[in-house]
Design a protein around this ligand. Sequence first.
Ligand code: RIB
Ligand code: CA
Length: 313
Amino acid sequence: MSEPRKIIIDTDPGQDDAAAIMLALGSPELDILGITTVAGNVPLSRTSTNARIILEFCARTDVKVFAGADKPIARPLITAEHVHGKTGLDGPELHEPQMPLQTQHAVDFIIETLRSEPEGTVTLCTLGPLTNIATALEKAPDIAGRVRELVMMGGGFFEGGNITPAAEFNIYVDPEAASIVFQSGIPIVMMPLDVTHKVLTLKSRVAELRAIGNRPATALVEMLEFFERFDVEKYGSDGGPLHDPTVIAYLLKPDLFAGRDCNVEIETASPLTVGMTVVDWWQVTGRKHNARVMKDVDADGFFALLTERVGRL
Ligand code: RIB
Ligand code: CA
């Protein structure tokens, strides 16, 4: 096997974030340099607690957790307890984490890591609002040219939004941060709702995860059974969209996904559509391509990968 791929996971756990982190932990192709937390689904103190709970469920307290931004760049924080529950990880019985939170701020960890690792070797995997990444770019513009790739869950185009008719939650919480990131020149791979709404936690798929029987899988199933209730009720679907692990799955098996290079701009002004990702899928604007936007996914292949890797924990 070639050298493991160095990644930083920036996250707002969140039950689907937990699935993404477990997928990464079960994959030796990846070297997790650190986990950085951001305010999003729930406030920062809770996302920082949740990241450590997830690592302790997986007996991986060797991975360091750095707390980042406690609110968006230019707006008040909007959270999603209505989806994720008060803790953000509702479902399993949760303990108070014993492992420490690093004292270094997440933004400084991101900057320091990108400057110290060889250029073009670190991949940023973002699972929440882009506040930490945008703040790092503002503080240290030189890091933009050092990032290998930024693979992010966020946005939507034909699928619309999920927190408003036009906007997906991660972008809506901090549209200014998203605009900074999409204008940064960093090679971006975008996993929008158009993809994540195709990876539903069908009962048969959850049963496969439950059959694993280890502690991480048991906790994950309890998280998903809580998390999916909101989307099942909203969309009348069998299971809910498992958004965040698509980011990690792309690193492991990119051929599970299909999309195209597009121009993506972020609406930051209109009260009606703020947070919208305006994706030029049909290439009508002539604007510069700044993201590889995914649209289709092999859902069965995705869940087979997730199940196999969680089974290794
Ligand atoms: O809109 C879905 C995204 O918002 C996911 O990352 C979920 O965890 C929430 O952060
Ligand atoms: Ca998330």
